[in-house]
Design a binder for this molecule. Sequence first.
Ligand code: GH3
Ligand code: MG
Ligand code: MG
Ligand code: MG
Length: 322
Amino acid sequence: MIKGEEPQSLGLEQPGPACDRVLVAEDDAMFRKILRSWLESWGYQVTVAEDGARAWQILQEIRAPHLLILDWIMPNLNGIDLCRRVRERASSPYQYILLVTAKDDKQDLVRGLEAGADDYLSKPFDRNELRARLRTGRRILTLQDEQLKVREELRLQATHDGLTGTWNRSAILDLLHREYELAARYGSAIGVIMLDVDHFKKVNDTYGHLAGDLVLIEAARRMQQAVRSYDLVGRYGGEEFLVVSPDCDKVQVQVCAERIRLAMEERPVLAQGSSIAITVSAGTAILAPRLNTEKDALAAADTALYRAKREGRNQVVSCDPG
Ligand code: GH3
Ligand code: MG
Ligand code: MG
Ligand code: MG
């Protein structure tokens, strides 16, 4: 029934994290057992399903395998229909499907590929051939993983500030807009805090630009710690930050800004062997879609920040309502 042997395995095929798991959907118990033992000897983690319905169930799990070996003829849900379902779902990341069957005429092959299979293997098949075809699948999945990683890295770079790791200016403004739309729908309000490190130029002049950078990193870290988990911190400009605080009223946003102010004043930043005292000034405003726009709220917070600076720094000023 199954022909072929292969030379002594050289051990694990060093499977990557996403494509080291294989789902075998096969109704023939004997064949299932053989496949499992081969696959395990090549270093794969194997999950088996005795019919198509069970395989579909397994595929709903979060850590479902990305490499699928599907038998064509199975009870409940056959391999071709299962294949179609997987493709209709169009999930990312991609799942590589190897269809296995005793059918071997050209038309069947075309049907299988049209249903969304990536490759096709006729029973009885050679152990080495299966191994080689799985390697092809793994190569494709590995490439995909790398692409996904690159895409994620690019997305991170495009939305985050390289120095502090907070959202960058365009991202925090996008997020403010998203919160604005949500608040408009639910009739809620958003707190907006504009913050600026006091006399930061002096930090650079006294301790050097590198120490200045470390102060910014630490300031951003303290801000993140001072806000609620769903508040958003972004670097708005050089030493200026914007905090977006969803579901917030005037008092809550002041409290939040005050917590940030205290977190800075509380203890100096240790950078490059120096102990650097820092303070921030903050201006707060409320964005309520029924009353004002994002632009209004940002301008109001900015005006309040300007007042905080003028009135002596290291303080929180709220914009006057209206
Ligand atoms: P104020 O209290 O009025 O805000 O005074 P300030 O000195 O903080 O304000 P000013 O706008 O005069 O100076 C801001 C300084 O921040 C000038 C600029 O060189 C510095 N700066 C901006 N971005 C960075 C950065 O990424 N790293 C470092 N080290 N310095 C930066
Ligand atoms: Mg079968
Ligand atoms: Mg400043
Ligand atoms: Mg400034």
